[in-house]
Design a protein around this ligand. Structure first.
Ligand code: GLU
Ligand code: ZN
Length: 309
């Protein structure tokens, strides 16, 4: 029986699926399946200069090779400009938007080092929207939220007081706008994602509220890092996971998520491992750290010894 749980995995195709994103995919998949929910996949290909369509296909191929089949159709943000315009029109109608003509440099020069957030310089200017950045009037200033894994999280002022840009002057829709618009459109009510996004979650919750959408629950998980503070990421050229090593990759990802069990050693295909994990995996055991160090040996990752220090 299906519950009303709707979760998702939302990779940006700026590179192939790497071990860090596999962990996110697996955790969100297992959580959704344990709750008899839907698991959706959304390709966040909105930041057009940085993304490459070939990676979208590679990511989907890797998910399939690792036995993670998504529900419904894959959503591509690059095909949803009309929806983002509607969402902006809605906020504009509610008088929650304004155009900003400040350059990065002007903002930097005006901002005291302690603040680090936009000073609302253009809020009352009533500028036309044409070719300008569009900002959201953030009056919520939410500084805290309750994460299901990390508990109460408090963020710095720069995350709570920013009037975020929702559409850039060059016409590109911002991540904040697309992610909220799509989570709402897809009926997402449960978000499992990496701890690198913890700081943005209060702002995201405020945006959900601005749309009067019941706020989803968040479960953040530790990120995999090659060294302290260096999360495995496409920017740092984390290598693609090898699809032919799917079983070992999944076992490593489960290990990362603190799942060690003698049953696992005997399992020799990805599908069986996933069904085992859906019924046995426990989210309570995941480390409370923000990041976990990993090292790569023979194309497969393992937890680094440094973690024990
Ligand atoms: N697309 C984002 C990323 O790859 C994830 C967005 C999210 O999970 O909210 O980091
Ligand atoms: Zn401005």
């Amino acid at each position: 029986m299906q519950s009303n749980y709707v979760g998702r995995f939302a990779p940006s195709p700026s590179g192939p699926l790497h071990f860090g994103s596999l962990i996110c995919a697996l955790a969100s998949y297992l959580h959704a399946k344990q709750h008899q929910g839907k698991w959706l996949v959304r390709i966040e290909d909105i930041d057009t200069p940085r993304i490459d369509t070939k990676y979208s296909q590679m990511i989907l191929d890797s998910l399939r090779a690792h036995g993670m089949q998504w529900d419904d159709e894959v959503l591509y943000q690059s095909q949803r400009h009309a929806i983002y315009e509607d969402v902006l029109a809605d906020l504009h109608y509610k008088k929650q938007l304004y155009a900003c003509e400040c350059s990065r440099r002007q903002i930097r020069e005006r901002t005291p080092p302690a603040a680090q957030y936009y000073d609302q310089h253009c809020r009352e200017k009533g500028l036309g929207f044409e070719n300008k950045a569009i900002r959201w009037k953030n009056n919520a200033h939410r500084q805290m939220f309750d994460d299901l894994h990390y508990g109460r999280v408090t963020v710095e002022d720069k995350f709570a007081f920013e009037d975020p840009v929702l559409k850039r002057a060059d016409g590109i829709y911002a991540y904040h706008l697309a992610v909220i618009a799509d989570d709402i459109a897809q009926g997402v009510n449960f978000i499992v994602r990496g701890s690198d996004l913890l700081d943005l979650s209060p702002l995201h919750l405020s945006l959900f509220e601005a749309f009067r959408y019941p706020v989803p629950q968040f479960f953040h998980i530790p990120v995999a890092a090659s060294e302290a503070g260096q999360k495995l990421s496409k920017q740092h050229h984390a290598p693609a996971i090898k699809n032919e090593l799917a079983l070992s990759n999944l076992k490593s990802a489960l290990h990362f998520l603190a799942c060690e069990h003698r049953d696992i050693d005997q399992i020799d295909d990805a599908e069986t491992l996933l069904s085992w994990a859906i019924s046995h995996f426990s989210f309570d055991n995941i480390s409370a750290k923000r990041e976990i160090l990993v090292s790569r040996i023979n194309d497969v990752y393992c937890l680094s010894r440094e973690n024990k220090k």
